[in-house]
Design a protein around this ligand. Structure first.
Ligand code: ADP
Ligand code: ZN
Ligand code: ZN
Length: 699
């Protein structure tokens, strides 16, 4: 028998970007029998790359080649159990749904380090892991559990009934949702299953990790997020894949972790935009979690105080105009009879006197007094401003110069701490000029206010208060966020200034006042989701106050606004999420927007705005017959994006809408090859990049 005869043809998925036109798998020859899901190293061009054996992958063009032309698999990463069938199904679904190539999706969701190891390096790594796994876990002494509230008990009863619907756990901030997750996790662990708990932000993982570790002593708990070192990430991923980790806590990328004993998925703060990847393969980890749960027949809990309108609609009974697809479990009460802080909407037009040419103070007198009272009582206040830096722009009043970014259609932000002008879009940074670069005037002034300036102004207004700040600038250094949070918890800070970073998740015990000092911008934003996001942020922020039941009664949430009668603030005042949601849904239905319609965004980047738009127009033209044939797909005109130039690249987008999700999918899939062709032709004319964003979050 010749060796030819025993060599088998195997199909391998390798990383190939979408634009290469290589969508399916490549064929190789192997001397050993390979199982689907095994990792192999294969030659690709001049390189050797990692790939996944995928027997049922769609045929790539190379499959048509004759056996004699095929290359051989270079090596196998043996000792790694094949990636399970459900994992491959999830990845294949994600690739198809989000319009990416299978190879890109499959390789992207593996730990980066795994993709780089050859067989020998892999063996060494594997041995080290085995050694680490021999380390004994601490002995288990069961922790004392809090007695469940009535609502928690009800929710858990409902969760104990086997059903195949996803659950939306709609609970106020501080209603004890986490306790429900933990109890349900315990049930799954008792049955010998693994649990995947997802959180939107890395910042929130250490907190939850501590709580989970405390609860499940004697269990192996691993985290998965992008702040881990490559080696840690590989180790944690392997422990999950080998079935050795019991609880996996992670950010959006963790949704793809292969888990042989998966028994429960929890998506905490399911409404959070961080679950949607914003570049490359723009997947929604929340939506994929729901898909995965169905695929693997395990329960999924989506938790939030302010669910996304999509999830809310899915959980609304058909009789109330919803889709009735999810089970809704409500926990409106806070633990320990705590009440939500009283909302005070402060009408700025009544309290701020017009100041000629001067900027108004950051907080009105009443608010200042309220904060000072807290400080005097030893309580803490949180002042929220969703804009970092000192001032969003510098301005020369002599000649009108402004601190624009030379590379973007945006202002550069003044950061006083290191005296820089920084572009938050492209990162371009320069020292602040001493004088106006255009006319030499030395008196250039900051316009507007960011957290840095707010901190400075509050310190000046309240010399006796200890002011602290948490935003992406303060917390850039590793450990800085933890340190700053610790000093808040230790009571070393009276007034905490922060961006949305502090509004979410943190369990502050001494905050009795939260103030949003400039929340109006979202009321008039062009993005139809701006109101939803703002409502959620404000409610989330309010939830930081009065978490101690004893202080809850005197806790307040202040909103400074020029539009006190706006329905958003009215709903907030009553903590009436259903009313807010109902109003939003009504508007969405009339406008034909999600959740009543499905959207996709075709995005283009070009050397000029014309180039970006020309591609979109050509793409629309090429795909129009498909849209016409389907009859229910609408292509909108190409427009510049809100910030149209970033790093000297012009950006434009075209919205595609359909009331029928399947039709939109069909349209996108059929359009892809046409658009590849269109892109190819437009490249000479200055098209740089293009992408499809399915279920886009920012419009
Ligand atoms: P949520 O996630 O809904 O915002 P948490 O789960 O963080 O709420 O609970 C808020 C606080 O209440 C936490 O400090 C938690 O330890 C506490 N807690 C939760 N459930 C109970 C309970 N049944 N009895 C006493 N305290 C509880
Ligand atoms: Zn000037
Ligand atoms: Zn810039």
């Amino acid at each position: 028998m010749t060796t030819e005869a025993v060599r088998q043809r195997v199909r391998v998925v390798v990383e190939a970007p979408q634009h290469s036109g290589l969508w399916g798998a490549l064929d190789y020859l192997s001397e050993v029998a390979l199982l689907p899901g095994e990792l192999v190293r294969v030659p690709l061009g001049r390189r050797v790359v990692t790939g996944v054996v995928w027997d049922d992958a769609p045929q790539g063009e190379a499959s048509l080649w004759a056996q004699a032309d095929l290359k051989e698999v270079a090596e196998v990463l043996s000792g790694l159990p094949p990636l399970p069938r459900t994992w491959r199904q999830l990845v294949a679904f994600a690739a198809a749904y989000y319009q990416r190539s299978l190879g890109e999706m499959a390789l992207m969701v593996l730990p980066p380090e795994l993709r780089q190891l050859d067989a020998l390096q892999w063996q060494r790594r594997r041995k080290r892991l085995d050694k680490a796994l021999l380390e004994p876990l601490p002995a288990a002494t069961p922790p004392t559990l809090p007695e469940l509230t009535e609502q928690q008990a009800q929710a858990l009863d409902a969760l104990a009934q086997p059903g195949d619907q996803p659950c939306l756990l709609w609970g106020s901030t501080g209603s004890g949702k986490t306790e429900v997750y933990l109890r349900q996790t315990q049930r799954a662990l008792d049955e010998g299953r693994q649990v995947l708990i997802m959180v939107p932000e890395i910042n929130l993982t250490p907190q939850l990790e501590a709580r989970v570790a405390e609860r499940f002593i004697g269990r192996r708990i691993v985290s998965l997020h992008s702040a881990l070192t490559p080696a840690q990430r590989l180790r944690h991923w392997l422990m999950a894949h080998l079935g050795q980790a019991d609880v996996i806590l992670g950010t959006r990328l963790s949704v793809f972790t292969p888990l042989p004993r998966l028994g429960l998925i929890v998506v905490d703060e399911e409404h959070d935009p961080s679950y949607k990847q914003q570049d490359g393969a723009r997947y929604s980890a929340r939506d994929l979690a729901v898909y995965r749960a169905r695929l693997e027949k395990v329960p999924v809990i989506l938790g939030s105080a302010t669910p996304s309108l999509e999830s809310w609609f899915n959980a609304l009974p058909v009789s109330e105009g919803g889709a009735g697809r999810y089970q809704r479990l409500a926990m409106p009460a806070r633990v320990g009879d705590g009440v939500m802080p009283r909302v005070r909407v402060l009408d700025l037009s009544k309290v701020l006197k017009p100041t000629m040419g001067q900027e108004p103070p950051p907080v009105a007198q009443e608010l200042l007094h309220a904060i000072e009272e807290r400080t005097a009582r030893g309580e803490q206040s949180l002042v929220l401003l969703n804009r970092r830096g000192y001032a969003p722009v510098l301005h020369c009043s002599d000649c009108g110069w402004k601190s624009g970014c030379p590379h973007c259609s945006a202002w550069r932000v003044f950061h006083k701490q290191d005296r820089t002008l920084r572009c938050h879009h492209c990162g371009f940074t320069e020292r602040v000029p001493r004088a106006c670069p255009d006319c030499g005037n030395t008196d250039i002034q900051p316009v507007g206010r960011g957290t840095e300036r707010l901190e400075e102004q509050l310190a000046a207004a309240m010399p006796n208060a200890r002011i602290g700040r948490i935003d992406a600038d303060v917390t850039r250094l590793k450990g800085a966020l933890e340190a700053q949070l610790a000093s808040v918890h230790a009571g070393e800070i009276d007034v905490l200034v922060g961006t949305q970073m502090v509004a979410k998740g943190h369990d502050f015990r001494r905050i009795t006042l939260v103030a949003a000092v400039n929340p109006d911008a979202a009321l008039f934003a062009s993005d139809f989701r701006a109101a939803e996001r703002q409502f959620s942020l404000l409610l989330q922020a309010a939830g930081r106050a009065g978490r101690d039941a004893e202080a809850a009664g005197r806790s307040e949430m202040w909103v400074q606004t020029w539009h006190p009668t706006h329905p958003l603030y009215q709903s907030l005042r009553a903590y009436d999420y259903p009313a807010f949601a109902a109003k939003q849904l009504e508007e969405r239905q009339m406008a034909g927007l999600p959740p009543y319609a499905s959207l996709a965004m075709l995005r283009a980047e070009g050397k000029t705005q014309e180039a970006a738009q020309a591609f979109l127009k050509d793409a629309a033209e090429a795909a129009k017959p498909l849209a016409d044939a389907l009859g229910c797909v609408t292509l909108y005109p190409a427009v510049p994006t809100p910030v149209q130039r970033v790093a000297n690249i012009e950006r434009a987008q075209m919205m595609i809408e359909s009331p029928n999700r399947a039709a939109l999918q069909r349209f996108l899939t059929d359009s892809q090859p046409l658009w590849l062709d269109t892109a190819h032709k437009n490249r000479r004319n200055g098209l740089v990049r293009w992408a499809v964003d399915v279920d886009p979050l920012s419009i």
